[in-house]
Design a binder for this molecule. Structure first.
Ligand SMILES: CC(C)(COP(=O)(O)OP(=O)(O)OC[C@H]1O[C@@H](n2cnc3c(N)ncnc32)[C@H](O)[C@@H]1OP(=O)(O)O)[C@@H](O)C(=O)NCCC(=O)NCCS
Length: 204
C-alpha cells in the first residue's frame, strides 16, 4: 500500500473541517482553524508563504490526512512539522509512520533542512510513539506552553537532525527528482526501523 504526499488541493479543504471537528482527532491539537471559512483563510494566507507548506496525505487514491511544514528558515535550515491522519479507521496501521518518513525525506532531501522540530502535547502517546519511531529525539518539556479547555498543558519538544535522518536504515540521500508527487510504503524493516520510501525523490 502506497502513502503519497502532495500539495493539499484547495477543493479538498472541507475534509480538514471534518477531521478537525472530530473530538478524537483534535484531542491533542490546537483548536486553531475549524470552520471552512477559517481553514480557507489559513490555507490562502498562512500557506501562501513559501516558508509554510500544507501537504495532503493519500492512501492509494484516498485523501486521509495532512502534514504541515512550517517556518522554514533557509538560512538556519530549520523548520517545524506536524501530522494529522484524519481517517481514524486507518490509525495504528503504520500509515502515520509512513507519512512521517516521507515528510522527512521531503524536508531533508528536497528542502535541504538541517534540523526539524515537532511540538507534541505531553499526553499524546500516539504522536510521541509515531515521531520517536521515525527517529525524532526528545529535547525537553515546554511547561504550560499551551492552553486548552481552560488549563495549561505541557508540550514536548522533539527534533531530528539531517545526519540522524541520513543514518536511518534504508535512507538514500541523493535520489534523483522525478515527479511532482511523492510516495512511501507502509511498513517497517525486519529490524523494526523505518523503511525507506518506495519511490524516487520528488519536488513539492
Ligand atoms: C499521531 C497519529 C498521526 C499516528 O498515526 P498512526 O497512523 O496511528 O501511526 P502509526 O500506525 O504509524 O503508529 C506509530 C506508532 O505509534 C503507536 N501508536 C499509534 N497510536 C497509538 C496509541 N493510541 N497508543 C499507543 N501507541 C500508539 C503505534 O503502535 C506505533 O508504534 P509501534 O510501531 O512501536 O507499534 C494519529 O494518531 C493522528 O493523526 N492523531 C490525531 C492528530 C494528532 O494528534 N497529530 C499529532 C500532532 S503532533
Amino acid at each position: 500500500m502506497l502513502i503519497k504526499l502532495c500539495p493539499f488541493p484547495e477543493d479538498a479543504l472541507p475534509a480538514i473541517v471534518g477531521w478537525r471537528s472530530d473530538s478524537d482527532v483534535n484531542r491533542y491539537i490546537r483548536r486553531g482553524h475549524r470552520t471552512l471559512t477559517e481553514i480557507s483563510e489559513w490555507y490562502r494566507d498562512y500557506f501562501s508563504a513559501s516558508v509554510n507548506r500544507l501537504m495532503a496525505v493519500y492512501r492509494e487514491a484516498e485523501l486521509i490526512g495532512y502534514c504541515t511544514i512550517e517556518k522554514m528558515d533557509v538560512e538556519e535550515r530549520n523548520c517545524e512539522v506536524g501530522l494529522l491522519i484524519g481517517a481514524k479507521k486507518y490509525w495504528r496501521q503504520g500509515i502515520g509512520g509512513a507519512a512521517l518518513r516521507e515528510l522527512l525525506r521531503i524536508v531533508f532531501a528536497d528542502f535541504r533542512m538541517h534540523r526539524v522540530e515537532a511540538r507534541i502535547h505531553a499526553d499524546n502517546v500516539a504522536s510521541i510513539s509515531c515521531f520517536s519511531r521515525a527517529g525524532f529525539r526528545l529535547e525537553g518539556r515546554l511547561r504550560d506552553a499551551k492552553s486548552k479547555d481552560g488549563s495549561y498543558v505541557d508540550l514536548l519538544l522533539y527534533s531530528i537532525l539531517e545526519g540522524e535522518w541520513a543514518g536511518l536504515p534504508g535512507i538514500r540521500t541523493n535520489e534523483p527528482k522525478q515527479s511532482s508527487d511523492s510516495t512511501a510504503s507502509v511498513g517497517t524493516s525486519a529490524a523494526g526501523q523505518p523503511r525507506a520510501p518506495a519511490s524516487a525523490a520528488s519536488h513539492l
